[in-house]
Design a protein around this ligand. Structure first.
Ligand SMILES: *Cc1c(COP(=O)(O)O)cnc(C)c1O
Length: 384
């Protein structure tokens, strides 16, 4: 999935809103729904059918045909009349083995890492609790905090999107956050922050520091193996960006006492049996996904070079499977690309630091070429 709450609330593409039935007399939602929910807006996603979809950091590659057939056979064996085994022991074992979870450490599984973010904000939402993150970053940190009733504090990045370590440490001293989220690499800026700054943050934090490694397959850098050094560090991961976004599986590792508290609020059957079986199957073929990630890392370099060579485009360095670019007119460029069949994410309104920035998923050769052609065409039409 992509970065933002509005995406999460999206209606299926192409859905037309049903005609409103006549309203019966009596209490409506505004009498009982929390004001912060009433104030939110569910976002309608544009129909993406037939579009080159570069707005959600999906892996463009599917499984090879033989593996898809084998997956079908595996799924046919799943007893869907039964609830899943609520410990998800087999899935947890496959995740630990496949993704380098340190010896003696376990994982909590979530229905996507989104669900784990919601669980983290829920368990820490004591009265007056603060959730803190460098900002701009993944919108779900703020959403989760707000829905749990905690206060969210975003500490602005520097103009070049590096971490303002002094500002982070000052904010930690002043706010005493229960939870600090650090996206590594950050979404939507694509960079990883300096190791020493993160170490200082973990040391200063009075609560849990969650390093969100959603893009780890493209960064090839991790804090996972450093878990034993820090009692208040958690590493959050997802299989979504690696090529299993449809399975909705996230996992979090930390010292056992943290996991025990999270297990108390995890819905017992939070991952469907078909999704669990699909993920276990996929993890038996992890090398296929790793090769796809390697192809995307190579494509990222090529795409960055091609974009940099175009006039009027600034490309920011990225360690994720997307590129952040700045153009002269972000909204007009996004609209021009859409007219030419290419969907990207206009992040220009997310934060003042992101003015006229667009976020582009790195895809396969054909889709990257389509993006470049549509962008050239758009620039010509805009007289750039
Ligand atoms: C995409 C993304 C996620 C969400 O992943 P899911 O497991 O699909 O819910 C989490 N964190 C960041 C920073 C992301 O960009």
């Amino acid at each position: 999935m992509s970065d933002n709450n509005s995406d999460r609330n999206a209606a299926q593409s192409g859905d037309a809103p049903p005609a409103a039935p006549p309203r019966a007399a009596g209490p409506g939602p505004e009498t009982v729904i929390r004001p912060e929910v009433l104030a939110m807006r569910a976002y309608q996603v544009a129909d993406s059918s037939g579009m080159v979809k570069l707005d959600a950091m999906e892996n463009p590659y599917r499984l090879p045909t033989e593996l898809r057939q084998a997956l079908g056979e595996r799924l046919a064996e799943v007893a869907i009349n039964r609830y899943p085994v609520p410990s998800y022991a087999q899935l947890r074992c496959a995740l630990r083995a496949g993704f380098g979870v340190p010896d003696g450490y376990d994982v909590v599984v979530g229905n996507g890492s989104d669900e784990l973010i919601a669980m983290l904000t829920l368990v820490t939402a004591r009265p007056g609790a603060v959730v803190l993150s460098p900002w701009p970053s993944f919108v779900m940190y703020e959403m989760g905090a707000r829905l749990a009733g905690s206060r969210f504090v975003g500490v602005p990045l520097r103009a070049d999107f590096t971490l303002d370590a002094a500002a982070m440490l000052a904010a930690i001293r002043a706010e005493r956050p229960a939870l600090v989220f650090i996206a590594y690499p950050n979404n939507p800026t694509g960079n990883c922050y300096e190791t020493a700054a993160i170490e200082a943050i973990i040391a200063a934090a009075p609560g849990l520091v969650v390093i969100d490694e959603a893009y780890q397959p493209f960064a090839l850098d991790t804090w996972m193996d450093r878990l034993p050094e820090f009692p208040n560090l958690a590493v959050l991961r997802t299989v979504s960006k690696l090529g299993m976004a449809g399975l909705r599986i996230g996992y979090l590792s930390a010292a056992a006492p943290w996991l025990a508290e999270l297990e108390k609020v995890r819905p017992p059957y939070n991952i469907g049996a078909l999704n669990e079986a699909g993920a276990i199957f996929a993890l038996e073929h992890l090398e296929v996904f790793e090769a796809q990630a390697a192809a995307l890392r190579a494509a990222r370099g090529a795409l960055a070079r091609d974009l940099s060579a175009m006039p009027g485009i600034e490309v920011f360095p990225s360690r994720a499977n997307f590129l952040l670019i700045r153009v002269a007119d972000g909204p007009a460029t996004a609209a021009g690309l859409r007219e030419r069949g290419v969907l990207v994410r206009d992040v220009g309104k997310m934060h003042p630091l992101l003015g006229n920035c667009l976020r582009l998923t790195v895809s396969d050769e054909r889709e990257n070429a389509a993006l470049l052609a549509a962008l050239r065409d758009t620039q010509r039409a805009l007289g750039a």
